[in-house]
Design a protein around this ligand. Structure first.
Ligand SMILES: *Cc1c(COP(=O)(O)O)cnc(C)c1O
Ligand SMILES: [Zn+2]
Length: 372
């Protein structure tokens, strides 16, 4: 598929083969709209992974490499958290091959990288995205180097290393790590398999919406609660529901309730101040490492998505994270602190804003990944 990247600022188009990751003007690259038809009948019912929505993914019909690398990612359960409230649903997205939802984006991005003939990838992450990229790159026979900040959980680092990737631990903040990875990409060390910059990652995370559509039999939840750091799940879900709407398979999209951590909440700040752009903040510290993104590159797009969905953005208190982790464990779900933070923020909101319809909250990362 000769699908192009298109600059979100100036509209210039690029061939993904050219290995650009950002427009000459500095703008972020999106994926050009590609036409596809999709209906319930197009779901591949015998494919037990997110590739059951293959028709909605940006691959040629005769492209089959995904079969070599899929590990059955996606198709995660949606279940009520407790029997007394059938409307409060959790989607257990840590039930993935590498134990976080990032496998959705990584499998699609790496399949695409293989299609483009890539031999080596570089990525930076606070842990989970790096783990996913490392696992799928290895399966695809692509060399992989992951840059992580020094405070990354030791378990995540072990996980990345065991998937055969080279890990570069960078002193300083998450943003310093991103800068180091960018330098390597600019030196020509490899293809930037970034979950932030590379639009193919979002083609994978959009399956979160397709799954909800299938699993709820076409019923659109009133709200999706979504943690937001770089916005890969938020934007992916938004794109997915917008596509389902354009395909006339649904008649509205769910309200997006985004959650940030109080200690690092640039998108929250911009939203509340009514800005259309997101300014970098200082991370004052949070246990929710997975959403501690002080300078989210797609901040403007995230704000637009929340507003278009008639949504809201909330923050999670640091002192509720541990108790919420315990609360979820007592319901049977063992999650990492970032997921506990998401839930903590949501629970506070839920007490004050009774939502009438269904609300879906993702459990994004497994508790086995954290040192806490
Ligand atoms: C990556 C991640 C997030 C945040 O996702 P973004 O794409 O950065 O918005 C939330 N929770 C967990 C467990 C994650 O791994
Ligand atoms: Zn541009």
């Amino acid at each position: 598929m000769s699908i192009k990247y298109v600059c979100s600022e100036c509209g210039k188009k690029y061939d993904p083969k050219s290995l650009v990751f950002r427009c000459d003007c500095g703008g972020l690259l999106n994926l050009e709209k590609f036409n596809f038809t999709f209906s319930k009948e197009d779901i591949l019912n015998n494919e037990w992974s997110l590739f059951r929505y293959l028709k909605a993914l940006p691959f040629d019909d005769n492209f089959t490499f995904w079969k070599d690398i899929t590990m059955g990612e996606g198709l995660t359960p949606i279940v009520p958290l407790e029997k007394d409230n059938p409307n409060l649903l959790v989607k257990v997205d840590y039930l993935m091959p590498t134990l976080s939802f990032k496998d959705r984006g990584a499998v699609v991005l790496i399949a695409k990288a293989k299609e483009l003939g890539i031999k080596k990838v570089i990525q930076d992450s606070s842990g989970n995205a790096g783990t996913s990229i490392a696992a799928y790159a290895n399966r695809a026979g692509i060399q992989c180097t992951i840059y992580v900040p020094e405070n990354t959980s030791s378990k995540k680092i072990k996980q990345i290393t065991s998937h055969g990737a080279t890990v570069n631990i960078v002193k300083g903040t998450r943003e310093d790590t991103a800068k180091e990875a960018l330098k390597a990409v600019e030196r020509g060390d490899g293809f930037y398999a970034s979950h932030v910059y590379n639009p193919f990652f979002y083609q994978g995370t959009k399956t979160y919406a397709y799954e909800i559509y299938e699993q709820l039999n076409g019923e659109v939840p009133e709200a999706l609660v979504i943690p937001v750091g770089n916005g890969t799940l938020l934007l992916g879900s938004y794109y997915g529901f917008k596509e389902l709407l354009a395909l006339k398979l649904i008649d509205k999209i769910p309200k997006i309730i985004a959650v940030q951590s109080k200690g690092c909440a640039p998108i929250y700040k911009a939203f509340k101040e009514g800005n259309i752009n997101v300014k970098e903040v200082t991370n004052t510290g949070t246990l929710a490492e997975g959403i501690a993104i002080a300078d989210p590159k797609r901040g403007k797009q995230i704000l637009e998505a929340i507003k278009d969905s008639n949504g809201e953005i909330i923050t999670a208190c640091e002192n509720k994270i541990i108790e919420t982790k315990v609360y979820l464990s007592q319901k049977g779900f063992y999650v990492e602190p970032t997921t506990a933070a998401t839930f903590a923020g949501f629970l506070d909101y839920y007490k004050e804003n009774k939502l009438k319809g269904k609300v879906v909250v993702p459990l994004c990362g497994s508790g086995l990944k954290s040192d806490i």
